[in-house]
Design a protein around this ligand. Structure first.
Ligand code: RB5
Length: 147
């Protein structure tokens, strides 16, 4: 599975930590930066880069990080086809995929530590959308809202 990941200065260290960890787990990682710490950088640039790679099909899932996760989430969701959410609990991190077909996980590096972030990413990446019955019906309604 190929993972696109990006963050501003607020998530810089957590992003680098997760990039290393994901590679050790044998995921293919597309690190979209920031590649240097720059306290003047802006979260929409990195969240958008993640969103674009996911919608282009260059990555299967995305992880967008900022200080709170909120800005990254708002920005990522501006791209059609992106279903991003801040999940700081493991239930939402997998259920968001299973029920809602979430394709970008947003994390707030000022809220979660490295170990919880790993658990959240594991829950997110190991989950699959249940593309049938009520989940499919609801997903189709969400897609219709985009049109
Ligand atoms: C940057 O300082 C911070 O505002 C940003 O990372 C994020 O928390 C926005 O939602």
């Amino acid at each position: 599975m190929k993972i696109a990941i990006g963050s501003d200065h607020g998530g810089f260290e957590l992003k680098n930590f997760l990039v290393d960890w994901l590679k050790k787990q044998n995921y293919e990682v597309l690190d979209l930066g920031n590649h240097v710490y720059d306290r003047e950088d802006d979260y929409p640039d990195f969240a958008n880069a993640v969103a674009v790679e996911v919608t282009k099909g260059n990555a299967d899932r995305g992880i967008a990080i900022c200080g709170s996760g909120v800005g990254a989430c708002v920005a990522a969701n501006k791209t059609k086809g992106i279903r991003a959410c801040v999940c700081h609990d493991t239930y939402s991190a997998h259920q968001g995929v299973e029920h809602d077909n979430m394709n970008v996980l947003c994390l707030g590096a000022r809220i979660v530590g490295d170990e919880l972030a790993k658990e959240l990413v594991k829950a997110f990446l190991n989950a699959n959308f249940i593309a049938e019955g009520r989940f499919k019906r609801r997903f189709d309604k969400v897609i219709a809202l985009e049109k």
